[in-house]
Design a protein around this ligand. Structure first.
Ligand SMILES: *[C@@H]1O[C@H](CO)[C@@H](O)[C@H](O)[C@H]1NC(C)=O
Length: 255
């Protein structure tokens, strides 16, 4: 019993120390970048599967990019039955994250419906993404990796759609980064994951791994709250416990 209390206290203390570290880092944002490609201003396309993916998984990255005045476009590839409500919520969440509404595109295609077991056509995805790249002079893409954080098949299909695009069109001048999926312990370690992320990044050659500590955690929380139809207690819990609220690790896709 005493052991249990000790371990629980240790976790709690580490949690609090980590959270404070993030808050301190957010006052010194210049410490938070290692990537050469991010020194110039980019036209970035964030490709997601569902409205709320941006708030649940990508906010450390979005906050980093918008606060450095990169031009961020969001491409959301599906919308569910409550179409108009979800659309409005996504627009509001993006505005909370400092991405103007005009830079958010939501695709509503009969072959791209939200849900498990719905296989999305990778060539179709590639075509839609390519259209967006051309019309906004995109030079950087950010998306899910082949596990898609939660293992959701739509997330994974989005990854393969981007891969298909790279395969089809040999876009050599576009940098493509994927959000690294971590194991379940790290995924729910909240702010504590910043330490593991830093160590993990150190073990990899720089240039292929990039991590962003969230500079505006409150902004992330506000963005998630815009998804009112989804904002139930277990999501609040997820956002608080999820390491993706505090830090993102991106891996460069070699192509
Ligand atoms: C996938 O999409 C492409 C492009 O839109 C189309 O040509 C192809 O027939 C589709 N494949 C299937 C299996 O539906």
């Amino acid at each position: 019993m005493a052991w249990l209390v000790m371990i629980a206290s240790l976790i709690l203390v580490t949690w609090i120390v980590s959270l404070f570290t993030i808050l301190i880092l957010s006052f010194f944002p210049f410490t938070n970048h290692r990537a050469a490609p991010l020194r110039k201003r980019n036209n970035v396309l964030l490709v997601i599967a569902h409205p709320d993916d941006e708030s649940m998984f990508f906010t450390p990255t979005i906050n980093f990019l918008t606060s450095r005045r990169h031009n961020v476009q969001v491409l959301c590839l599906s919308i569910d039955g409550k179409g108009n409500i979800r659309k409005k919520e996504l627009f509001q969440a993006c505005v909370a994250l400092k991405v103007p509404m005009q830079q958010v595109k939501i695709v509503n295609h009969p072959d791209l419906q939200d849900g498990f077991g719905k296989v999305w056509n990778h060539s179709l995805l590639a075509n839609i993404i390519e259209e967006q790249i051309t019309s906004h002079c995109i030079n950087m893409i950010i998306t899910f990796d082949n596990y898609g954080v939660s293992g959701h098949c739509n997330h994974r299909d989005v990854h393969y759609g981007v891969r298909q695009l790279l395969y089809d069109t040999l876009q050599k001048d576009i940098d493509v980064w994927e959000l690294v999926s971590t194991n379940i312990l790290r995924k729910y370690s909240g702010p504590i994951d910043i330490w593991l992320t830093m160590i993990w990044a150190m073990l990899h050659s720089s240039g292929t791994i990039q991590y962003f500590v969230n500079e505006h955690p409150r902004r992330s929380y506000r963005a998630m709250a815009q998804h009112a139809s989804q904002w139930v207690w277990f999501r609040k819990l997820f956002v608080t416990l999820s390491s993706y609220t505090y830090v993102n690790t991106l891996r460069k896709i070699q192509h």
